[in-house]
Design a protein around this ligand. Structure first.
Ligand code: GAR
Length: 189
């Protein structure tokens, strides 16, 4: 069975969908949920399924100690599902084409440092965009710039708050991210 590791910083609704999909479809297993945030909701979601969790500091992420823990698992794919720190170069270099991220907008628009979560949706509204969407992409050393794997769009003309946009975009994330993971681990990797 293919092994994936999830990195997440927040509530972990995407992580939850990925873990559900793993239970139902048997196409990969979530071997660890890894977070920088000791209060992240994703930790309880992992514990509910008896999935091991790792909480780390910025130093541990950047001094190789998280890489060592990942190496022990030897994952087929590392998924950033709402992970908000810059991902370290040593892990990217050790797992080429095996680290993916989901971004809640249509890159290359609304990406880069500071563009995460609700900030993205606020900017989309301020610019009076009629569509937004999701981008699933490989991770490289620059924020939100790796090769794109999948984009899906949604009409946001009827949205009046950033939360309205977030909710539409999140539905797309939940629908597509688990399937893309399954495709990547079972076909191309
Ligand atoms: C998701 O919308 C994800 O796309 C976004 O954080 C949210 C996490 O939600 N990621 C980024 O903004 C990365 N730049 P979740 O914790 O409910 O899965």
């Amino acid at each position: 069975m293919k092994k994936i590791i999830l990195f997440a910083s927040g509530s972990g609704s995407n992580a939850e969908k990925i873990m559900q999909y793993a239970d139902q479809e048997n196409s990969y297993i979530v071997t660890a949920v890894v977070t920088n945030n000791p209060n992240a909701g994703v930790l309880q979601k992992a514990k509910n399924r008896n999935i091991p969790t790792i909480i780390f500091t910025r130093e541990e992420l950047n001094n190789g100690s998280i890489l060592q823990k990942i190496d022990k698992i030897s994952p087929d794919l590392i998924v950033l599902a709402g992970f908000l720190w810059k991902f370290p170069s040593d892990i990217i270099a050790s797992y080429p084409q095996k680290v993916i991220n989901i971004h809640p907008a249509l890159l290359p628009n609304y990406g880069g440092k500071g563009m995460y979560g609700i900030h993205v949706h606020r900017a989309v509204l301020e610019n009076k965009e009629t569509i937004s969407g999701i981008t699933i992409h490989y991770v490289n050393d620059n924020y939100d710039e790796g090769n794109i794997i999948l984009q899906k769009t949604v009409n946001v003309q009827d949205c009046t708050t950033p939360e309205d946009v977030a909710s539409k975009v999140l539905s797309l994330e939940h629908e597509y991210l688990p399937k893309v993971i399954a495709r990547l681990v079972n076909e191309t990797i």
